[in-house]
Design a binder for this molecule. Sequence first.
Ligand code: PMP
Length: 306
Amino acid sequence: MLSQDGPRRASRLPPLPQAQPLARVWFDDRLIGAADARIGLTTQALHYGSGVFEGIRAYATRDGVAVFRLPEHLERMRIGAALLGLAFDPALATAAIRATLRANGHGDAYVRPLAWSGEGDFGLDVAGHSQHFMVATTPMAVHLAGARTRMSVSPWRRNPARSLPPLKLCGGYVNSILAKAEAKARGFDEALYLDADGRVVECTGANVFMVRDGRITAVAHEDALPGITRDSLIALSGAEAREVTLAELREADEVFLCGTAAEVAPISALDDRIYGDGPVARELAALYARVVRGAESAWSSWLTAA
Ligand code: PMP
């Protein structure tokens, strides 16, 4: 609820990392000042969500700035772009991402490439619309802020894969926005999607893991985004991937979320179920932190120099 002193209180808070102004951005074929970017009001993606994006992270390592699992992120983006009829070249995107990171002098950073269907008429056919590509980078933005997350089962269902494939298509994220807003309105940080049979799907921007008797399980579901962090954690921990019910999640010793932005984020509560300290998640988070920073040589092939 808005209170009269809301804005005054808010102005005393330190700015969120995400709120920092962008400096240089890649727009179509070159770097420009972010303030110089202009897009038209008939942009099809603005009206209908016909775009595809990625969420990628770069880390300051001992050998310079490196991007974590860049080819895998761009391959996922390529598949989404192809579905939407958008031209997308992973090699050009790689060059644009490296150029933007270097232009902004970032170390730890969040990297956001986006390809979208642009100006044209108000029709749904992407043909006849211009096509655009951008890359923005911001100093590292951890959306779950490293804190232990309080999660609630959402009344919303995740987009079924046969309606919207689990890719990073812009319009699909309206579903995440609805679930996140509903969970926040009830005082939680994150929403957990279940399917009609009570199976766990994922969260609004992260995949789900659980730990029971020391065994790590990655939740598998056909409607969930096949997360690159999830894939990394399965490789690092040997976790089993399988379908999981809500009942199993509530009985687990630990539950944690993972994603590029969230990294490894322990869950402190799932509605009225409170979880204690999570030693397995803590250990995995520490290992993941070493891997992304190039401190585990066995996994250095996951890093691309910026
Ligand atoms: N699920 C959803 C819906 C997401 O948006 C994300 C973030 N990309 C994830 C899972 C985690 O995916 P990744 O590890 O590839 O970032």
